[in-house]
Design a protein around this ligand. Structure first.
Ligand code: CDP
Ligand code: MG
Length: 140
C-alpha cells in the first residue's frame, strides 16, 4: 500500500463548537498523520474558488456563505490510502446516512454543515493541497 496525502478541512460548524481536537483525534486514531495545519478565516470568494466544482449546484451560494462564516482548519493528512481512509473516517455527506462512529455521524449538524471536507481523488487532493499550502509548509 502506498503512503498518500489528502486534504482536509474542519468546517465552521465544528470550529465554532470547539471540536477541532475531537476531530483530529479521529484522524490520528485511524492512522492518519497531520503533516500541515492552519486555522484561517476564508472570504466568500476564496470559499467559492475552493468549491468551484459545485458552482452550478443549488446549494453553492449557501455553502460558500457557510464556509466563510467562521474560521476553518485546513490540514494535510498523510497515511496508507489516506484519501479513502479519510473519507471512511468522515462518513457520508448527509449525517443521517453516516455510519456510526464516523465524524459526521457524531458531529455534523446537517447535510450542509457537516463538520469536515476531504478530497475525493488524487488529482483533487493535489489541487486542494496546493490551494492552501506551499511545499515549505508540508513538514511531515
Ligand atoms: O463533502 P462531500 O465530498 O461528502 O460532498 P460533496 O457532494 O462534494 O458536497 C460538498 C459539500 O456541499 C458537502 O460537504 C456539504 O457541505 C455541501 N452540500 C450541501 O450543502 N447540500 C447537499 N445536498 C450536498 C452537499
Ligand atoms: Mg466532495
Amino acid at each position: 500500500m502506498a503512503l498518500e496525502r489528502t486534504f482536509s478541512i474542519i468546517k465552521p460548524d465544528a470550529t465554532r463548537r470547539n471540536l477541532t481536537g475531537a476531530i483530529v483525534k479521529k484522524f490520528e486514531d485511524a492512522g492518519l498523520r497531520v503533516v500541515a495545519s492552519k486555522r484561517i478565516h476564508l472570504s466568500k470568494a476564496q470559499a467559492g474558488e475552493f468549491y468551484k466544482v459545485h458552482a452550478e449546484r443549488p446549494f453553492y451560494d449557501e455553502l460558500c456563505e457557510f464556509m466563510a462564516s467562521a474560521p476553518i482548519v485546513a490540514q494535510v493528512l498523510e497515511g496508507e490510502n489516506a484519501i479513502a481512509k479519510n473519507r471512511e473516517v468522515m462518513g457520508a455527506t448527509n449525517p443521517s446516512d453516516a455510519a456510526a462512529g464516523t465524524i459526521r455521524a457524531e458531529f455534523a449538524e446537517s447535510v450542509g454543515e457537516n463538520s469536515v471536507h476531504g478530497s475525493d481523488a488524487p488529482e483533487a487532493a493535489a489541487e486542494e493541497i496546493a490551494y492552501f499550502f506551499s511545499g515549505l509548509e508540508l513538514v511531515g
